[in-house]
Design a protein around this ligand. Structure first.
Ligand SMILES: Cc1cc2nc3c(=O)[nH]c(=O)nc-3n(C[C@H](O)[C@H](O)[C@H](O)COP(=O)(O)O)c2cc1C
Length: 391
């Protein structure tokens, strides 16, 4: 990697400033409002001197590089069905499109295959106050592809053109698209698609550099991000297999992309955006201590429980059940590589409620040594195939 290449300090998507140039990837079942706010505020868990680093260095990171404390420049919602949105009652829509003021800038992602429905759903997104609207052309899930949504559309470029035009006409907020390389190796369309997006007035493109057929196997092929960057003038966001700040810098060095997008690594290491900001400013970054991890997981779980109590969209039992499920899922990702993590995961799976999960987590971290550290990098392996439903 060329010396000194770093993630850019900012990117502009139309009038929207993304600073630093890092994006939380949309992840169904993961990037709900609680997780997004948690990522945005991830720095509160590492305030002050972190793992022996001087105070001034952290302060410098915040002042000179990150406008946002967490170092994440843009948040994205989970993907939302355009059909569903346009049919739903107002109260139900809120459940899917909830966000809080501290989440700006934030983009909402839509999937669907009907141009008019997508245009109407984009208008709803704009009226709700989102900063950008994004079209999903990457989801490989059968139930989405079966209706020609997500990556299914990659086989029909004229249809994509129709959707681009209808959505572009219907909103004035920036309109972006996220896609894969193509359906398979014999039909790679990403460069043509990026050119179409630019010609139709979209404001940025994001590429997960794998084909639909690849799923999550093999390596993301970053050379295609570079190819798109050479083909268009609008901002290009690179995505796929970033696990560390070094990976993020390497992607920029190899592709010249305008921003990096991070998915799975953020669930296993919510500090990654902050680490990238620190690495950008200083060439090094801190690792969370065992205690940092405990504070982080506890804070996230408390946020989830509070949100479940505060919202009224489902019966209380259903909300708390959903929350307990999320806590189990997150604890699984987050404790991979933590010594004794297997024991904790087993205990958590037997827990009957969110409060019980929180108690297990507290007991585990309190009983374990503060000097314990993460032993191995299992960041991306922590996601079982069954969860990789969408993209
Ligand atoms: C659990 C999960 C859910 C996802 N849901 C979406 C989604 O709703 N929309 C989307 O565009 N991509 C989705 N993706 C794909 C990610 O946004 C991203 O493109 C992919 O994980 C590659 O990036 P990474 O290597 O940083 O994880 C999902 C990925 C995962 C693991």
């Amino acid at each position: 990697m060329p010396e000194g290449v770093r993630v850019p300090a900012e990117m502009r998507i139309g009038p929207v400033l993304v600073s630093p140039a890092t994006v939380l990837a949309p992840m169904a079942g993961v990037t709900d409002t609680v997780f997004r706010r948690f990522i945005r505020h991830a720095s509160v868990f590492t305030k002050g001197p972190v793992s022996g680093s001087p105070d001034q260095e952290i302060a410098a990171v915040e002042e000179s590089v990150t406008n946002q404390q967490s170092g994440c420049g843009l948040l994205m919602t989970e993907f939302t069905s355009a059909d569903g949105l346009s049919r739903m009652r107002e109260s139900k829509r809120r459940r899917y499109l909830t966000f809080y003021d501290d989440e700006h800038p934030i983009g909402a992602q839509l999937f669907g295959s009907n141009a008019e429905t997508l245009a109407e759903a984009a208008r709803i997104v704009e009226d709700t106050g989102f900063d950008t609207v994004d079209l999903n052309l990457g989801c490989p899930a059968k139930r989405v592809v079966g209706c020609n949504g997500g990556s299914g559309l990659l086989r029909d470029l004229p249809k994509i053109g129709e959707i681009f035009r209808a959505v572009r006409k219907s909103v004035s907020i920036p309109f972006t698209v996220k896609f894969r390389l193509g359906w398979n190796d014999a039909a790679i369309v990403c460069v043509e698609l990026a050119r179409m997006a630019e010609a139709e007035g979209l404001n940025a493109v994001a590429l997960h550099a794998r084909t639909r057929e690849q799923g999550y196997s093999g390596q993301a092929r970053w050379e295609w991000i570079a190819a798109i960057k050479q083909a268009v003038q609008i901002p290009v966001v690179g995505n796929g297999d970033i696990r560390t700040p070094e990976d993020a810098a390497a992607m920029v060095a190899q592709t010249d992309c305008d921003a990096v997008m991070i998915g799975r690594a953020a669930a296993a290491n919510p500090w990654i955006f902050r680490q990238i900001a620190q690495y950008t400013a200083t060439g090094r970054y801190d690792q969370p201590t065992f205690t940092d991890r405990h504070h982080m997981i506890r804070a996230y779980f408390e946020m989830l429980l509070a949100e479940a109590e505060a919202t009224r969209d489902l019966p209380r039992d259903a909300r708390l059940g959903e929350t307990a499920g999320k806590m189990k899922q997150f604890a699984t990702w987050f404790t991979h590589g933590v010594p004794g993590g297997g024991r904790l995961r087993k205990a958590i799976y037997q827990a009957k409620s969110g409060m019980e999960v929180l108690e297990q987590v507290n007991a585990f971290f309190t009983a374990s040594s503060d000097t314990a550290d993460v032993t191995e990098d299992t960041t991306l392996q922590a996601f079982p195939d069954s969860l990789l439903v969408c993209d």
